[in-house]
Design a protein around this ligand. Structure first.
Ligand code: CA
Length: 519
């Protein structure tokens, strides 16, 4: 890559590319790779280094990112005014026979300091969760969490092994068509979030008359009345309380507060960190607010870290189905089997229909900040996005929020919308999240740490929420491997209890992807 830089003015990913990326604002008349610029090129935007005929492909990363909609002169700015996605969505190109890459050498000597859940799974945090079954019981959860957080200092001194109290509320749980796909997805997500290994103790708050009855969602044998919860501390039961039975808001709040303070805190505090092989890590990768350098800085470095986790025999995965549109062939070719590739293609086909239902299409994924940042088409964004997944074989494909049981690199069907996607990834069992951003996001999800990796030094200096600067790659100061190793070490550190910026601030965003129809 180094030889292709013109004194850090541009970056050309592959020799066959006909566009390069400006690494700073470029002016008319400036020469790059022997081409004199015919207009101003904003930083991180594309400049044509060859002429492109109408309907001809625009190439970046050696891949087609769209087609010229008019003749593009060498030295011209390339963006939505002269190129578009065109005819890129030809699934036959994606559904080729898989040829998975050879396994990279194994790493067997890495560990983290984590918790053991009751069922033996590894955990990275130790939380008490107060969950509402329906929007109507959410306020009780908020009051309880507010009350407990008022005494946070006292609790954290008295019960230092407890990471905190989290409210898990949502805006559904009733109204949806009972047992419709949307309702089932909502219930699965709730169940898998409450069964997450980072949940040391929990309380479920019902109104009483909602469709998402705790007994339906979790199974009647697991839901126990509050009064008997004390005797079954260590079993995988869910203590549930019902507002309509308790006599309203305050009697319910008081009863929960008493239970959390006298039973849950001492019980959850007994969980201690132990040494756990890195092979048990499940790492979710996500991006929000990408720009044109994300693909070869932050996402490439995250991809390197992902390969290191896979080499430890751990699990990593991407989601964001819409951000693989136009780059799906890079996943299906890497699939371990044809069946795994087909599962991915089925999710893509389902998602295209889902978008049509809302008068949308794949290109609708591009946000204002992406376009400002120099990305023109969803394929261009996707090619950069898929780089987060490294180079390992695609070993598994799950639907949204489905429990992850396989090893290696995988894919989860989910929206690209960060809160909804990350909630599904966490429900699936992610223990650490790595979040790539260009414009700078302050996202923090519930239950797990989200490490922010930023694609450019400007945003790193401007936004204090960022953890790792991958902009050093574009600046020519570090390699993808350098930053990838830094991300890997940060994953191990955060798995062992090091807190991210968003955790210190108390971010705990929940957004369950609910595609259901409301009655
Ligand atoms: Ca996202």
């Amino acid at each position: 890559m180094d030889g292709n830089n013109t004194r850090n003015a541009i970056i050309l990913h592959e020799e066959k590319d006909n566009v390069a990326i400006a690494l700073r604002d470029l002016t008319i008349g400036e020469a790059v790779r022997g081409v004199s610029l015919v207009e101003k090129i904003p930083r991180y935007h594309k400049v044509a280094i060859d002429g492109v005929e109408p309907e001809s492909p625009v190439l970046k990363y050696g891949q087609i990112i769209g087609y010229a909609t008019q003749r593009i002169e060498p030295g011209a700015w390339v963006h939505s005014h002269n190129m578009s996605m065109g005819r890129l969505f030809d699934q036959s190109k994606v559904a080729t026979e898989p040829s998975p890459p050879a396994d990279l050498p194994r790493i067997g000597d890495r560990f983290f300091s984590g918790f053991r859940a009751r069922d033996g799974r590894a955990g990275t945090r130790n939380y008490i969760v107060i969950a509402s079954m329906v929007d109507c019981s959410a306020r009780v959860v908020e009051i309880v969490v507010d009350e407990l957080n008022r005494r946070k200092e006292w609790f954290s001194r008295r019960f230092p092994n407890v990471d905190g109290v989290i409210g898990l509320t949502h805006d559904s749980g009733c109204g949806v068509v009972a047992l419709s796909p949307g309702h089932i997805r909502q219930n699965l997500t709730m169940r898998n979030l409450l069964d997450h290994p980072n949940v040391g103790g929990r309380v479920v708050v019902q109104l009483g008359c909602e469709k998402s009855q705790a007994a339906l969602v979790f199974g009647s044998e697991r839901v126990i009345p509050f009064e008997s919860a004390r005797e079954t501390d260590e079993s995988p039961t869910l203590p549930a309380i019902t507002i309509q039975d308790e006599g309203g808001t305050w009697p319910t709040v008081e009863k929960i507060l008493r239970y959390v303070e006298t039973v849950l805190f001492p019980q959850v505090n007994r969980r201690r960190r132990v040494l756990i092989p890195a092979a048990e890590l499940i790492v979710a990768m996500q991006c929000g607010g990408s720009n044109a350098v994300s693909g070869f800085t932050a996402n490439a470095a995250i991809g390197f870290a992902s390969d290191l986790i896979v080499r430890c025999d751990g699990t990593t995965f991407i989601g964001e189905t819409t951000e693989t549109f136009g780059a799906g062939h890079l996943l299906t070719r890497r699939a371990r089997t044809r069946a795994i590739a087909q599962l991915y293609l089925d999710h893509v086909a389902w998602y295209e229909k889902y978008l049509e239902r809302g008068d949308g299409n794949a290109q609708a994924n591009l946000a204002h900040g992406n376009m400002e940042g120099g990305l023109t088409t969803i394929a261009e964004k996707s090619l950069g996005s898929v780089a987060k997944g490294g180079t390992s074989a695609l070993e598994w494909v799950n639907d949204y929020a489905e429990r992850i049981t396989a090893k290696g690199f995988g894919f989860m069907n989910s929206p690209a919308y960060d809160p909804a996607s990350a909630t599904g990834q966490t429900a699936g069992g992610a223990l650490v999240g790595v979040f790539s951003t260009g414009a700078g996001s302050c996202f923090g999800g519930l239950l797990i740490p989200w490490i922010k990796v930023v694609s450019n030094t400007d945003t790193f200096n401007r936004m204090e929420d960022m953890e790792i600067n991958a902009g050093t790659i574009a600046d020519g100061e570090a390699t993808v491997e350098d930053v990838g190793r830094l991300i890997f070490e940060q994953i191990i550190a955060c798995a062992g209890g090091a807190r991210t910026y968003s955790e210190k601030l108390g971010y705990s965003v929940v957004n369950i992807w609910n595609s259901g129809v409301v009655t």
